[in-house]
Design a protein around this ligand. Structure first.
Ligand code: AMP
Length: 119
């Protein structure tokens, strides 16, 4: 994806590709992950595109906080707030980031195990 092309999430927002939206407002959207790693796997995304969490934090920390607030609301609605859930950002290659429009993963609904695999 070059900078000029719409990102995966921009294509979802424009309706160009289908998405299972669980939330949308003026500044954020949330969609179910197409390849869920847990019974609940939702991506919370700012409408404005930033490459990763560091860029978002530097430019708009309030928007970064909003992603966490939206994720907490979705966790309540999905019934995992009490049982537990994990929020994470993948950043760059070693973390396995594949979509360079920042997105917060919300994972829950099962025991999530170790934070990172030993290799
Ligand atoms: P990351 O690897 O952190 O960049 O996360 C990208 C996520 O987007 C992965 O978990 C993918 O499964 C997910 N994904 C890719 N294409 C789609 C799609 N069309 N709809 C929903 N999720 C997607």
């Amino acid at each position: 994806m070059s900078e000029g092309e719409p990102s995966l999430f921009e294509r979802m927002m424009s309706g160009e590709i289908p998405a299972d939206f669980v939330h949308h407002d003026e500044r954020t959207i949330a969609v179910r992950d197409i390849n869920p790693q847990a019974p609940v796997h939702v991506l919370v995304v700012p409408r404005k595109r930033y490459r990763n969490a560091a860029e978002l934090a530097g430019d708009d920390p309030e928007l970064l906080a909003e992603l966490f607030r939206v994720a907490a609301d979705i966790a309540e609605r999905e019934g995992v707030a009490e049982s537990g859930y994990r929020l994470l950002f993948n950043t760059n290659e070693d973390a396995g980031q594949t979509v360079f429009h920042v997105h917060l993963h919300l994972l829950g609904g099962r025991q999530l195990g170790a934070l990172a695999q030993q290799v």
